[in-house]
Structure formats: C-alpha cells, structure tokens
Write a protein that binds this ligand. Sequence first.
Ligand code: SF4
Ligand code: FES
Length: 201
Amino acid sequence: MMVLDLLLAIQREHDACIGFRFSCRVAMCGTCTLRLDGRSVLACQTPVPQDRDTVRLDPVAGLPVLRDLVVDTAPFWREWAKVTPYLVPHDGLTEPAVVTPDSDERRLIDASLDCIGCAACYSSCAVAAGSRDFVGPAALNRAMVLVADSRDAAAEQRLAVADGAGGVDRCHYVYGCSAVCPKGLDPAAAIRYLRKSRLKS
Ligand code: SF4
Ligand code: FES
C-alpha cells in the first residue's frame, strides 16, 4: 500500500474532509509531495512502512499550509520563474535545433532534465524553508539545464540570478535536496555547476 492509498482509505472510511493533493499517481505531476516521518516523498510512490503501527504525515516544509497536507505552492513557482525557466533560442537557430546526441552537453543536460516540480528538494532544504529569498534547488537545477544548453541565449540573465543575493551562495551543501529527489536528480551538483559557470563568465 502506498501512502496515497492510505490517504484515500482514510478519506473513504474515516474523514471525508481530509485535505491532500494528487493527480497522475505515477510520479509525473509532482502534486502529491508530503513528508513521511520527516522525509519529503511522493505519496503515490512511497510504500507505507510495515515495521510500525503509526506513521507521521506532514505537509511540504517551507510553504504556507492551506489545509491538512495541502500547501500553497505559489512561492515555489515564483522562485522558479526567476530563472527564466524556458529555452530562449539564439537568433538564427535553424530547425530542427538539436543538442548533438551522445555529446558531453547532451549527457550533462539529460542528467538534470526530468524535474517534475514536486518541491521535495525545496521542502528538504533548510535554507529554502527558512527564508523567502533563496531561489532554491529546483529552480537552480532548471537554470543549470538551460545554461548548459548551447542553443540558449539567456545564460547571462540566469547566471545573474544565480550570482544574486538569493542565488548559489546561499547553498550550504547539506545535500538534502539531492537525497530526496524522486526523479534521481542532483540539484546540489547543478548548483556547483552554476557556481563554476558564474566564475567563468
Ligand atoms: S529537482 Fe527533484 S525534488 Fe526538486 S522539484 Fe525537481 S523533481 Fe522534485
Ligand atoms: S500523484 Fe502525480 S506525482 Fe504523485
């Protein structure tokens, strides 16, 4: 039984008013994130521990709680928007503009590409949870993907955000973000990459 199944059973059999979020049930939408015994997880992908009688469920940390396990994700997406989270193509790119398969660039991008915006990393980051002005691991991971992409023309503005007061220097490299990412991404490595890119620019 997954944690989401447990919540659905509670809603069906005990408390129809309990508040929680989900959509895809297959680790694609990132809406079901919560904390299970303190660890940020996707409820749809995380089995209920079988070795004890009780578990503790809390909402994502660092975001305002609306009700029960439902948080307001607007602050997370505001930070995401700061890094211009979409490709800004260079002038004169001809279609199809592809990153060369099997290249170092392709491998670098692919390793950080599958973010579903679940905010588990944000929830696990004491810096993001404790202050409203840290861009946060997910947004910086997204910035890294685009800075590494040779088709993109907005690296400078992203590096300016990474270099700003809420940027990479706020990271203490505790690696909580990378430890919990359900997609196996490594936002801490992305932050390291941005630090190095900033020094080169
Ligand atoms: S980097 Fe990982 S943990 Fe963070 S929002 Fe993206 S998928 Fe979720
Ligand atoms: S319901 Fe979509 S990721 Fe869990």
